[in-house]
Ligand binder design. Structure first.
Ligand code: MOS
Length: 747
């Protein structure tokens, strides 16, 4: 579809569901997640696998004596690098692009790497037997303490689509001309995903056909990756996952435990369930790397940015490069005379890094937006005024190409109004409330608007009911809900009349539910499917002698509010219920697909927001209490009030987590994650969150897609951490440039 057509196309009038489609199933315990299935196989046949992990960071497994473990009660098999079935192809290639550990050799690259799988009749028996394995290692010196080896930083080997360095204008001249400069280093920690539902797989073979229930953000990705890892035809694999208990990016790739579970099911010749313990979530399923950002800003006395420089260095696994593009926002968030960004990596014997909750923009805005606050203070300018002064009307990182839609100005002004920004004390440390020092801060939020090709199928069923399906995923985000709404809107039906199916790789294909793209990709496919369905229904009616529309031209007919109508003869109509009844109750089905238009290359698609935070800092203990956060976002149309605002609030909560809680600590001697559990790896609980106020501007972005809606899965995380860091500075006068901002840093 051309850009012109995109602009002309009006979004359907969508009736929103008041409640989450699957809400009742979830709160009544009827909802089933990947690890909870026991069909179509018999429950009695199901056996349990437990993953055994390396306890050294580098070297190899010399031997595993499984004599005692094999004789332990309930044990069915013990799979080690010395007896594992050989996989013909070796390590898998993209789309997973993960260097997996599938027991094909005995080498060890990080503490926590899978080195064996024990299968038993019960989970407890499998765990008990795992403890009986006598494992002998040949250790090698490990590369740890990466932050002490910054001189080893190198360019990444596979930076993906993004170049590792990006330079515009004359950055040296910018600093030579500057009236005011900022030059500081900012640090973000290693973070671990930890969705409520840990990774889990049930694998079941029927001959050479493999079915898996798998906790994943990408059923068709797991299907392709499993086929590649196991060297079997892709059509022999089916992946099912109707509900995901949170993903956060770690479920965007297939990790080692999935093919290992399939391997165990083959060896044991039974269906096998493999669930990762909470402790096993810290290492073998990815992490956000730590970043060290050197940021320099050059400004004229009136606040005009002359130059932005952001040099980012991070840790990577020795197994695989993954780049956390924290330097990304420095390229395009503000207009500046010149910009220069680089990303480099330092190898360490740690688990593989991966996408996590707004990869790039979460740490990127967390650090850059502190630097902006520091610059505003030096210039004695209001932080919003500084941002407006350098407002990027077009995309500076793509030679000034236009944005599909940008209403960040409205975010700043509405946010400031809602928050009461004008009452802020500009001098730090001036406001208190008993023992609490109170501060206010703000920051800009941003995340790309992504979209990929997707397919969907719709059916009109007897009784005015509808069915819609797509091979997408619902991470608890509301995919079911908005799919029902979109399908219903196509025929003007009530979304309560729609049955939704997703999370099965036999359904029409949809992209990974990552990069905040599911709604933006899948809904246009549903819109296309309902358009095709309308044409079929009209065709059926005009050829049906019993229809009041019999003999009319198709072009004269339309479907409105659940009825087929004649456009030229008002009052002439046919009911969809009656039409299907006359069709001997045979459902009418149509398929649809959609993909980004060619016009996508002539514009930049991005979402925006302004985040304001009020914090209290205990003057005696340094404890930070986030009192309230106001976020106003420009994300196009908000598809569902409840699930949409809920997602933004979830994102803001992760921003609070980024600012003051999360921090993966690596033991410098063993490479073990010291706080690898939810007791010691802190995430915010309700008492840590305060009042969240999320809202949207709501102006449709019809150049981006015909729905006018950009994704909202991740933008809430961005900006929030810096708004809090800036509020902490405003409260205390202490500028902390290392996350998380814990009491020890404030005392
Ligand atoms: Mo999200 S980290 O792009 O799954």
């Amino acid at each position: 579809m051309s850009l012109a057509q995109d602009q002309e196309q009006k979004p359907d009038t969508v009736k929103q569901l008041d409640h989450r489609y699957e809400g009742i199933a979830k709160v009544t315990g009827k909802a089933r997640y990947a690890a909870e299935f026991s069909d179509p196989f018999s429950k009695a046949d199901l056996v349990y696998a437990f993953l055994v992990q390396s306890t050294i960071p580098s070297g190899s497994v010399k031997s595993i004596d499984a004599t005692v473990a094999t004789r332990a009660p309930g044990v069915i098999s013990v799979i080690t690098p010395f007896n594992a079935p050989k996989l013909a192809q070796g390590p898998p290639q993209p789309p997973a692009r993960r260097n997996l550990s599938l027991l094909q050799d005995a080498s060890i690259s990080y503490n926590g790497q899978p080195i064996a799988v024990v299968v038993a009749k019960s989970l407890n028996e499998a765990k008990a037997a795992a403890a009986m394995l006598k494992i002998v290692y040949t250790p090698q010196p490990a590369k740890l303490k990466w932050e002490k080896r910054l001189d080893e930083a190198r360019w990444p080997k596979n930076p993906g689509k993004e170049p590792a360095g990006n330079h515009r204008g004359d950055i040296h001249a910018a600093f030579a001309q500057a009236a005011v400069t900022i030059d500081n280093t900012y640090i973000t920690p290693i973070q671990f995903h930890n969705p409520m539902e840990t990774h889990a797989t049930i694998a079941w073979w029927q001959g050479d056909k493999l079915t898996v229930y798998d906790a994943t953000q990408y059923i068709s990705g797991v299907k392709m990756s499993l086929a590649k890892s196991l060297n079997i035809p892709v059509d022999n694999v089916r992946v099912i996952d109707p509900l995901v208990g949170g993903g956060f990016g770690s479920k965007g790739s297939m990790w080692s435990h999935v093919p290992l579970c399939a391997m165990a099911a083959k060896v044991a010749n039974r269906p096998v369930k493999l669930v990762l313990d909470r402790e096993q979530m810290f290492g073998l399923v990815g992490a956000r790397p730590s970043t060290i950002s050197h940021i320099r800003l050059a400004a004229a006395q009136d606040g005009t940015l002359l130059g932005i420089q952001h040099d980012n260095v991070m840790n990577v696994s020795v197994l695989e490069d993954f780049v956390e593009h924290a330097e990304g926002p420095a390229k395009s968030l503000y207009q500046s005379g010149a910009s220069s960004v680089t990303a480099k990596v330092v190898e360490a014997n740690l688990g593989i890094s991966t996408f996590m909750r707004a990869p790039g923009e979460a740490p990127g805005t967390a650090v850059l937006e502190i630097a902006l606050d520091e610059l505003a203070e030096k210039l004695k300018m209001d932080p919003i005024e500084l941002r407006l002064k350098n407002y990027a009307e077009t995309d500076p990182s793509h030679e000034g190409r236009p944005w599909s839609s940008k209403h960040l100005r409205e975010c700043y002004s509405q946010g400031a109004e809602k928050f009461g920004w004008s009452a802020r004390n500009t001098v730090p440390g001036q406001r208190s409330d008993g023992k609490w020092l109170v501060g206010h801060g703000m920051a800009t939020a941003t995340y790309p608007a992504n979209r990929s090709a997707a397919q969907a199928i719709v059916r009109l069923l007897p009784g005015g009911r509808m069915f819609v399906a797509s091979g997408t995923q619902d991470l608890g985000t509301g995919t079911y809900t908005i799919m029902a709404q979109q399908a219903a809107a196509g025929l003007g039906l009530d979304p309560k009349m729609v049955e939704v199916k997703l999370g099965d790789s036999t359904l029409p294909k949809a992209p990974v539910s990552g990069g905040s793209q599911s709604s933006a990709s899948v809904l246009p496919a549903i819109q296309d499917a309902t358009t095709q369905l309308k044409l079929k229904l009209i065709d059926l009616a005009i050829n049906d002698a019993a229809s009041p529309l019999h003999g009319l031209q198709a072009a004269d007919c339309d479907v409105k509010s659940g009825r087929l109508i004649s456009k030229s003869q008002p009052g002439k109509s046919d009911g969809l219920v009656e039409l299907i009844a006359r069709n001997k109750n045979q459902p009418v089905e149509a398929q649809g697909q959609a993909e980004p238009s060619e016009a996508k290359d002539s514009m930049s698609t991005q979402s925006w927001g302004a985040v304001f935070a009020e914090v209290g800092v205990d003057r005696y203990t340094g404890m930070v209490k986030v009192r309230r956060v106001v976020g106003v976002y420009d994300v196009g149309v908000l598809l569902n009030e409840k699930t949409g605002l809920n997602q933004l609030m979830g994102g803001m909560t992760w921003g609070i987590s980024f600012a003051t809680h999360e921090h993966g600590i690596v033991d410098a001697a063993t490479g073990r994650i010291v706080n690898g559990n939810l007791a010691e790896y802190h995430v915010p609980v309700n008492a840590d969150v305060g009042v969240l106020d999320a809202s949207v501007i709501g102006i449709p972005d019809l150049k981006f897609n015909p729905i006018g809606s950009r994704g909202i899965g991740e933008i809430g995380i961005t900006g929030t951490a810096a708004a809090i860091a800036n509020a902490i500075y405003n409260a205390t006068g202490k500028r902390i440039r290392q996350y998380p901002i814990t009491p020890d840093k404030l005392l």
